[in-house]
Design a protein around this ligand. Structure first.
Ligand code: ZN
Length: 143
């Protein structure tokens, strides 16, 4: 998979980011990283696959899933489970919450400072809270 058509500065930047997370930067991984990590966004594996195919690249679904799972495990991206049907990959790994438009499926970031929890249960003995996910489901108001 050629990466010659990507901007050299971008390739160098992605190389560093992957290596910084302990991911060996292969051409295929750089290609997937360039699609996902360029800006804050939420993409499904299917959307990443479609994006690569739009660029005229032939990549198997299994490769996409393996690469995205590797990226998520290394902390390069964040994996989000929204509803039962689909898994999303978030290029923004800073702590934040989400709006989820139930009709369109679109996810939008919500800042931590816009949310306040009044009370949380004590974690069970011997456990600590490692993180909190919040997905605020949205539906258009009836006209
Ligand atoms: Zn997000």
């Amino acid at each position: 998979m050629a990466i010659m058509d990507l901007d050299p500065g971008l390739i160098e930047d992605l190389n560093k980011r992957l290596a910084g997370h302990g991911v060996r930067p292969t051409a295929q991984r750089l290609r997937i990283a360039s699609l996902l990590l360029g800006r804050p966004q939420h993409l499904s594996a299917e959307q990443v696959l479609a994006g690569l195919r739009n660029q005229g690249l032939r990549v198997s679904k299994a490769t996409i899933y393996n690469t995205l799972n590797l990226f998520a495990a290394s902390g390069l991206i964040r994996q989000l489970s929204v509803g039962s049907d689909r898994c999303w990959f978030d290029s923004n790994t800073d702590a934040h919450y989400h709006f989820h438009d139930v009709d369109s499926g679109a996810l939008t970031d919500v800042c931590l400072r816009d949310v306040e929890f009044q009370r949380l249960p004590e974690p069970p003995p011997g456990m600590r809270v490692d993180g909190i996910d919040l997905i605020i489901r949205l539906r258009r108001k009836e006209a």
